[in-house]
Design a protein around this ligand. Structure first.
Ligand code: C2E
Ligand code: CA
Ligand code: CA
Ligand code: CA
Length: 275
């Protein structure tokens, strides 16, 4: 980038330097955190809208930093992806999620988020197979959540991997649906088991007619294609009622529970609402 004056340029350089330094620190911290076992998988219940039953839990990664406390994934996943550390982190999440889910009632599934970077690693199928074998979890109880950026970056190879996972019995969900550019074409390129409607549409459900129209269209699409629809970020009863009316299959959000540690799963199964 060009700068108009010397001062501006130097300021810019210093800024870059500080950022690069912060990045290096965070990267060192991330590597150490893996060694020191500072990561933990939290779980958030997903309920069947019609029956209210908990049908699955989504695994969501947390970092217990010794100085900074509990850190949400938004603050470290991007760097973990850039540095490739996400592959190790992702394996940790897969192993933990399968091991935990193996202790749950067997009509309760577990959903694990996969980063696009994990698809570039040749080990993905092996990691999934190992997590299933080590835990003894039935492959049909594992759902993998991917965003359309996965399909965008590496079309053919990704499709092959997805079909392989499918053949093992694992189910595949399309996460954050509606936030990308050409979501509809992805539904034609791969037979997804589930569509997760992005939180942004759900949060505006009661206040914006266009959000309502989009939810109606997606649930209708799901019905005609035989794909389960899950609404993310359901925070109140008005939203839940509107989703029920549109025939949305599943709902997930703070209305039911925030993500919590594995030790709280029994409690989340027992109580319909927990905040
Ligand atoms: P996501 O997959 O879309 O996950 C849903 C996010 O929405 C979670 O944030 C969850 O805590 C939050 N959420 C759930 N219900 C509500 C609600 O009612 N209201 C609001 N405001 N938020 C709600 P979280 O745990 O901070 O995760 C953020 C993102 O980080 C995830 O978005 C996912 O993209 C990524 N992520 C989390 N864990 C993993 C992981 O193990 N691997 C990978 N690759 N990515 C992960
Ligand atoms: Ca997700
Ligand atoms: Ca999502
Ligand atoms: Ca999201």
């Amino acid at each position: 980038a060009k700068a108009d004056g010397r001062g501006t340029y130097r300021f810019f350089e210093t800024g870059m330097d500080a950022r690069a330094q912060a990045r290096r620190l965070l990267e060192m911290d991330l590597r150490a955190a893996l060694q020191r076992d500072e990561f933990q998988v939290y779980y958030q219940p997903i309920r069947d809208v019609a029956s209210g039953r908990v049908v699955a839990f989504e695994a969501l990664l947390r970092w217990h930093h010794p100085q900074r406390g509990l850190i949400a994934p938004i603050s470290f996943i991007p760097l973990a992806e850039e540095t490739g550390l996400i592959v190790q982190l992702g394996e940790f999440v897969l192993r933990s999620a399968c091991t935990d889910a193996a202790t749950w009632p067997d009509d309760v599934d577990v959903a694990v988020n996969l980063s696009p970077v994990q698809f570039k690693s040749p080990h993905l199928i092996t990691s999934v197979t190992e997590a299933l074998t080590a835990s003894g979890l039935d492959a049909r109880r594992l759902e993998l959540e991917i965003t359309e950026s996965v399909l965008l970056q590496n079309g053919e190879a990704t499709l092959t991997t997805l079909h392989e996972l499918r053949a093992m019995g694992v189910r595949i969900s399309l996460d954050d649906f509606g936030t990308g550019y050409s979501s509809l074409s992805y539904l034609r390129s791969f037979p997804f088991d589930k569509i997760k409607i992005d939180r942004s549409f759900v949060s505006e459900l009661a206040t914006r007619e266009d959000s309502m129209a989009i939810i109606r269209a997606v649930t209708g699409l799901g019905r005609s294609l035989g794909i389960i629809t899950t609404a993310e970020g359901v925070e109140n009863d008005v939203q839940l009622e509107l989703l029920r009316r549109e025939g949305c299959t599943q709902a997930q959000g703070y209305l039911f529970s925030k993500p919590r540690p594995a030790s709280d799963v029994a409690m989340m199964l027992d109580r319909p609402r927990l905040r």
